[in-house]
Design a protein around this ligand. Structure first.
Ligand SMILES: [Cu+2]
Length: 213
């Protein structure tokens, strides 16, 4: 009896020591990746309230939009800029993605909102507000960060297409590893999987979920 208590105590000590080690290691690696990010890009996220933004976005409620089948060319410039960002991320090109982000800001500025009815207008403004913020960050961030913003941007553009339609044929694909393992979608003009979240590191990770048009 005494012996078994002793063994149990020993196991408990060993087990908790092991857990502490793991926690310590996790927090160390988190700290160092945070530091790397700040050193690498000089893009201090505290400056523009980035943490708050990401927190808000990650718990963002799904928009409830009845998908239209309307063939609408009014969304083309926005979608083209999105595809420019997507293709640049596939090619690991930070500069190309930044250029796409700038294209998108212009496309939103040029978009004619007078075509929208009241309920479309309300949804559009919500999408616009979020997408613009993602695009602004993509313009000025290092590539890892561009990819984080691209996750929410993909949801925004997907919702925009559901709301207003497109005359393009697009493929909605999903990467199960993106979004910190929660999975994330992206849109592509081709069916073949080329992963924008990981680029050359995991180019063929993902699968097509849905075809639009
Ligand atoms: Cu940012």
């Amino acid at each position: 009896m005494k012996k078994s208590i002793y063994v149990l105590a020993l196991i408990t000590i060993l087990f908790s020591a092991c857990k502490n080690d793991k926690k310590q290691a996790e927090s160390n690696s988190m700290q160092s990746s945070e530091m790397n990010m700040k050193e690498a890009d000089g893009h201090d996220h505290d400056d523009h309230d980035h943490d708050a933004t990401m927190g808000e976005n990650s718990s963002k409620e799904e928009r409830n939009i009845d998908a239209t089948t309307q063939k609408n060319s009014a969304t083309s410039a926005i979608i083209d800029s999105y595809l420019q960002i997507k293709n640049a991320l596939v090619e690991d090109s930070k500069e190309g993605a930044a250029k796409g982000g700038a294209m998108m800001l212009t496309a939103f500025t040029d978009f004619d909102m007078s075509q929208l009815n009241d309920s479309q207008h309300k949804e559009y403004m919500e999408i616009l507000e979020d997408a613009k913020e993602q695009a602004e960050h993509i313009v000025k961030s290092p590539i890892d960060h561009q990819r984080e913003h691209f996750e929410n941007l993909s949801i925004d553009v997907n919702d925009l297409i559901a709301l207003l339609g497109t005359d393009k044929t697009l493929y909605q694909s999903k990467c199960p590893m993106a979004g910190e393992g929660k999975g994330a979608i992206w849109l592509s003009e081709y069916k073949e999987i080329k992963n924008p979240f990981f680029g050359s590191k995991m180019i063929s990770c993902g699968s097509v979920q849905k075809q639009i048009n």
